[in-house]
Design a protein around this ligand. Sequence first.
Ligand code: FES
Length: 104
Amino acid sequence: MKVKTVNISEINENSVKTVNVGDKDISIFNVEGEFYAIDDMCSHAEASLAEGEVFDCKIECPLHGAEFDLKTGEAVTLPATRPVATYAISIEDETIYLEMEENA
Ligand code: FES
């Protein structure tokens, strides 16, 4: 299922926007013009990854510093051990769409 989100102009380069889809908060990062979408909630505890810092296409959790690969969602450093979900993005007419599971 394709879910319409925001216009690309709403997410400046090297910034992030969190959108709500169903019961999930999903953060869409613009890293040097490339967009990546991941679950906003850290897989370790309750923290918003949108509030962390991005470097080398990874997001560092603001609470305990675990890093996640924005492309794959993989937890690359402790204390997180589980990945966060990622979502495929498509852009049509400058609008960002997320590819979600049917039941999301
Ligand atoms: S809540 Fe993210 S590393 Fe602990």
